[in-house]
Design a protein around this ligand. Structure first.
Ligand SMILES: C[S@@+](CC[C@H](N)C(=O)[O-])C[C@H]1O[C@@H](n2cnc3c(N)ncnc32)[C@H](O)[C@@H]1O
Length: 223
């Protein structure tokens, strides 16, 4: 099978999976609607989701970013928090229409439509007519068969930083996630530091940090 066809097939499988999973995924963020058992489990098993956003939020604040792009924004929860507490304008893009439906509802219900914009599109196909200070992608790059192409696209529309998380290959929770996503028919890839270094070196990027967050790496590329 040629590699372009393979990339297209895996992108389609990812879109199909997340469109069907949108409501359930959003419920991860709704702490007050969870029963105490699920709250406890999520706090333990999904702690890295909180950690990686906290780090991104700190970096956005400390670098005085005002125009931010969230790639694979999902239900827009992070964008809502950034617009509300960091006072930045955020554009979210996601290929899954049901994710964007939730994002737009969250924005309009909280009167945030002047600070938030949501786009339904595959980031690889969309043409932006402006640049962003900071671009982040949390829990997204692992679904790309070809992460170099994605970073190349982002490089052209950023001025300060690209931040993205990838899951750590050598973590005790990795095998169960591999199995769960195999059953869900949603392809995903895991990372070690040397693979990240290779990808960034191939793209001639040398100014970057790899923050080790335990279950995830948060990669910070500085321009
Ligand atoms: C695990 S969710 C993470 C959502 C959000 N970043 C968060 O942390 O709450 C991954 C999201 O990436 C989106 N996605 C995957 N591939 C994409 C692509 N090529 N273009 C835009 N969005 C994409 C999926 O539709 C999904 O909503």
């Amino acid at each position: 099978m040629n590699s372009i066809k393979k990339n297209e097939e895996s992108a389609e499988a990812v879109k199909f999976f997340f469109d069907g999973y949108a409501e359930k995924f959003y419920s991860i963020y709704l702490e007050d609607q969870k029963n105490p058992f699920i709250r406890l489990i999520d706090r333990y098993l999904r702690y890295s989701m909180f950690l990686r956003f906290q780090k991104v939020s700190e970096i956005i604040k400390s670098t005085s970013s005002s125009e931010v792009l969230d790639v694979g924004c999902g239900p827009g929860w992070h964008d809502f928090l950034l617009a509300k507490y960091n006072n930045v304008n955020v554009t979210g893009i996601d290929v899954a229409p049901n994710m964007i439906k939730i994002s737009r509802k969250l924005s309009s219900e909280n009167n945030m439509d002047t600070k938030l914009e949501f786009i339904i599109a595959d980031i690889m196909d969309y043409q932006f007519d402006r640049d962003f200070d900071t671009i982040f992608a949390l829990g997204v790059v692992e679904y790309f068969e070809d992460p170099e192409s994605l970073i190349n696209v982002l490089k052209d529309i950023v001025s300060k930083r690209i931040l993205f998380s990838v899951p750590v290959e050598n973590h005790w929770l990795t095998p169960q996630r591999k199995i769960r996503y195999k059953f869900r028919n949603c392809p995903l890839w895991f990372y070690n530091k040397s693979r990240i270094n290779d990808i960034l070196t191939n793209l001639s990027l040398s100014n970057y940090h790899i923050h080790d967050l335990g279950r995830d790496y948060l990669v910070e590329i500085i321009f």
